[in-house]
Write a protein that binds this ligand. Structure first.
Ligand SMILES: C[S@@+](CC[C@H](N)C(=O)[O-])C[C@H]1O[C@@H](n2cnc3c(N)ncnc32)[C@H](O)[C@@H]1O
Length: 190
């Protein structure tokens, strides 16, 4: 079976190298981000990272398993004269993930993480830092036929980790159907 990296590299090889459209839930929630260092996880070609990096309050690092996606992102960023860093990393590489720390914000859009991945990302968040996790829910499967295994269950991450407080959970009322969790880290250790 093809690895996630190969699958996404293949997809990004066909890129037209233009700025991807940011997800509606990012536009709605940009004001929830704290100024400072932002880690955009599963960034792909930068639909989130580039949009955030256009605001001078944020220093953005884009993390993805796909080196091709990140190369495309860098090219688009250079064309737009946006400054950001990239980090090619597998979210399942716990050793390397554990080296990430002190981000003021973490964004994760249109990728369904495991509980283990969410917990590692919370560890990478500074105390008082915010984590926006937004991806497709089961309505996207029912209405648009999007693969069920990539969809969030209802309230799936409501009580994911005691180190964070849930500031809000919102559900889009129209397509694309997404759930958006906004967490704030409240304590250093579990
Ligand atoms: C649907 S794209 C979302 C891209 C971007 N966040 C957006 O909203 O447009 C999912 C991304 O997850 C990345 N990805 C998949 N598995 C991953 C893993 N194990 N570690 C890091 N990134 C991964 C893929 O390379 C791909 O860029």
């Amino acid at each position: 079976m093809r690895s996630d990296r190969d699958k996404w590299n293949c997809r990004y090889q066909q890129s037209d190298l233009v700025m991807p459209t940011p997800p509606p839930a990012l536009i709605d929630n940009l004001h929830q981000l704290q100024p400072g260092n932002v880690l955009d996880v599963a960034s792909g070609e930068g639909a989130v990272a580039l949009y955030v990096a256009a605001n001078p309050s944020f220093k953005v690092t884009a993390l993805d398993i796909s080196d091709v996606g990140l190369k495309n992102l860098k090219k688009i960023a250079n064309d737009l004269q946006l400054d950001l860093k990239t980090l090619c990393l597998d979210l399942d590489n716990s050793t390397r993930m554990a080296q990430l720390s002190d981000y003021d914000c973490i964004t994760l859009f249109r990728y369904k993480p495991t509980v283990k991945q969410v917990k590692q990302l919370i560890s990478a968040l500074a105390v008082n830092g915010r984590f926006i996790l937004s991806t497709f829910n089961l309505q996207q499967h029912r209405v648009n036929g999007f693969s069920e295994r990539f969809c969030l269950e209802d309230e799936e991450f409501l009580n994911v980790d005691t180190r964070v407080e849930l500031l809000s959970l919102s559900r889009s009322s129209q397509s694309p159907y997404t759930d958006t969790y906004i967490f704030q880290r409240v304590s250093a250790d579990q």
